[in-house]
Each structure stands twice: as structure tokens, then as C-alpha cells.
Design a protein around this ligand. Structure first.
Ligand code: CA
Length: 337
């Protein structure tokens, strides 16, 4: 009897084992295929989003991710391939947000649901296709948060007013000239500080450094050559440029760990390097653009669209006034000591 039972159990086990690959294959074939177009892999914030996406899709979708390498023509080719491979859903991080109309037309023709994210196309264009949504941030918010940080720095550190003229002499590092996030951060950081009662006084022209560390370092070296000892604050649209400014400052003895000379530097993104610099006391603060929350939101929304569920089902987010865009909030990360 005992022998008989064990033989049955053995047979059942063997059967289950034989079926396993078939079941696994069927589950995998049933998973939606999601195409992810990234504007460029070589971007710290976007790397965080990519990692979060990969993690969020694990076991739920098979993904194909492509690096646009900062070139819209390359991204257009990648989109063509994804459409040919009958992709179920698309996530698009535009290289050039101005090129969204052409990209959207192709996606609409193929009738594929799409979520654009991070780099914001004209929402009026997106509204022409009911299966298109956008997930981003409110561009002005990062700047306003920098403005609030600047107020904190100004009121809690009277020694930052080097020339004691009651004004905060600053240099500004801007991302790309026509990028909406760059424009909003540049404007709102200073405006918010000013409206909070901090008298802001810019030194020189705004340095357009394309979000890039090396370009910002070069610009800061020139600024220091002309104005060393007069720069009381550095405002950067992102942490990569803030790191470039800090590199230039440290070359002339400022913002060195454990050093005595310090120029406050404020960035955006909360990259690992920036957090590390803030914790070491060689940078003042940054504004966290939550890449993890972005990746989770974008993946949940496209899976809802592909499955025919309401787009924001189970995400906890709501649409902004446009009715088609979700805004991931920012948060400040400041020096504690
Ligand atoms: Ca001053």
C-alpha cells in the first residue's frame, strides 16, 4: 500500500515536472511586450528610472529597452523596429520633445497605448490620441523648492553674505537653452527666493552647460577667475552641473571636505554623487526628483492601459488639470550639519 502510494506520488511529481516548462512558456508568452525608448542611458536620473522600470516589470511584462543616445533620428528608428515587432505598449522618453507629433502619429497608426515620461511633449498634441498619457513633474516645483532652500541658507547663514551688502550674489547654471524644465528651474529658483524676501543679485550671464559636469566645471573656472571671493551662491538646474561647479571650487581651495572656505551650492536630482557631497559637507542641498516613483508609476500605468483597465488603477495618483498628465512630486534634500 505504502509502496503503491509513493509510486503514485512519484508519477504525479514527474508529471508536474514535465509540465513545468510548458506552463512557464505559456505564462511568458502571455506577458505583454513593452517597448521602452530612453533619450540617453548616460544620465544619472534616467538610470534610476531605468532600474526602477526593470524591477517593476519583473514577472509582469517582457521589456525591450533602447538607448536613443541623445539623437532623435536614432530614437525614430528604434520606434519603427518596436512597432514592427508588434509591441503591446510603449514608454517614450523623448530625445527632442518638439518631435513628439511625428512619433505620436506612428504610434497612433499602429494603435499602441503609450506613456510619454520625463521630457514633456506639448500636451495638446498628446490629447489628439486617446491612448497617450504623460508622467512627469511640475517643472516649476523644482525651482520653487530651490528658492525655499535658498531662503533657508540666507536666513540661517549670515556669513554667506561675503560683501555684507544685504544681497545674495549668485551664479546660475542652466541645462539646455530651450528645455522647459531648465527654463522653469532657472526662473523659479530666483523668483521664489526673491518673493520670499531674499534680495537676489546675479553675477555675469547664465551659464548654459547642457546638464553636463565638464561644461559646468569649465564655466565655473572662468567665473572664479573673474570673481573669486565674490560668488556667494551657486544655483544649478541639476546635480551634474553642481558637481562641475564644486570641482572648480575645490581646485581653488573651496568646498573641500573638512576645509574652511565654502560656497553654498544647490542642485536638483539628488544623484548619488550629490547626496554624498551633501553628506560630506561640500554641497548645500538638492531637490529630489524621485526616479523610483517615476519608474513605478510609468510601469503601472502602461500595464493598466495594455490590460484595458483605468490608467491610474491602483497607483494612488490622479491626473492634473490637463486630464492626461500625472505629476510626481519633488522633495528637498538638505545638509543636516
Ligand atoms: Ca552679498
Amino acid at each position: 500500500m505504502k509502496n503503491h502510494l509513493s509510486r503514485i506520488l512519484l508519477a504525479a511529481g514527474a508529471l508536474a515536472f514535465a509540465l513545468l516548462p510548458a506552463i512557464a512558456a505559456r505564462v511568458s508568452a502571455g506577458q505583454p511586450r513593452i517597448g521602452v525608448l530612453i533619450y540617453k542611458y548616460d544620465d544619472t536620473y534616467i538610470s534610476t528610472v531605468r532600474n526602477a522600470l526593470t524591477k517593476a516589470f519583473e514577472g509582469k511584462a517582457s521589456i525591450s529597452m533602447q538607448d536613443g543616445k541623445g539623437d532623435q533620428a536614432t530614437q525614430n528608428d528604434q520606434l519603427d523596429v518596436m512597432i514592427e515587432k508588434s509591441t503591446d505598449g510603449l514608454l517614450v522618453n523623448m530625445v527632442d520633445a518638439q518631435a513628439a507629433a511625428g512619433v505620436l502619429a506612428k504610434i497612433q497608426e499602429a494603435n499602441i497605448p503609450v506613456v510619454f515620461f520625463n521630457r514633456e511633449p506639448d500636451l495638446k498634441v498628446l490629447k489628439t490620441y486617446p491612448k497617450a498619457l504623460f508622467v512627469g513633474t511640475n517643472a516649476a516645483d523644482a525651482g520653487k523648492m530651490q528658492g525655499d532652500i535658498i531662503l533657508n541658507l540666507w536666513t540661517s547663514h549670515p556669513e554667506y553674505d561675503l560683501n555684507k551688502d544685504g544681497k545674495f550674489q549668485y551664479v546660475m547654471f542652466k541645462g539646455e537653452p530651450d528645455n522647459p524644465e531648465a527654463i522653469a528651474r532657472t526662473e523659479w529658483s530666483v523668483r521664489q527666493a526673491g518673493e520670499n524676501g531674499v534680495p537676489m543679485d546675479q553675477i555675469g550671464q547664465t551659464f548654459v552647460c547642457n546638464w553636463d559636469t565638464a561644461q559646468a566645471q569649465g564655466a565655473m573656472e572662468s567665473a572664479l577667475a573673474a570673481n573669486e571671493g565674490k560668488i556667494e551662491l551657486v544655483i544649478a538646474n541639476n546635480d551634474s552641473m553642481a558637481m562641475g561647479a564644486i570641482a572648480a571650487l575645490s581646485n581653488v581651495g573651496y568646498n573641500v571636505e573638512g576645509g574652511t572656505k565654502f560656497t553654498p551650492v544647490v542642485g536638483v536630482d539628488a544623484t548619488e554623487q550629490a547626496i554624498d557631497a551633501i553628506n560630506k559637507g561640500i554641497m548645500s542641498a538638492t531637490v529630489k526628483q524621485d526616479g523610483e516613483a517615476m519608474g513605478q508609476a510609468v510601469s503601472a500605468i502602461i500595464l493598466n492601459l495594455v490590460a484595458g483597465r483605468p490608467p491610474l488603477d491602483g497607483t494612488g495618483y490622479t491626473f492634473d488639470g490637463s486630464g492626461i498628465a500625472v505629476r510626481i512630486p519633488y522633495s528637498p534634500y538638505e545638509r543636516t550639519k
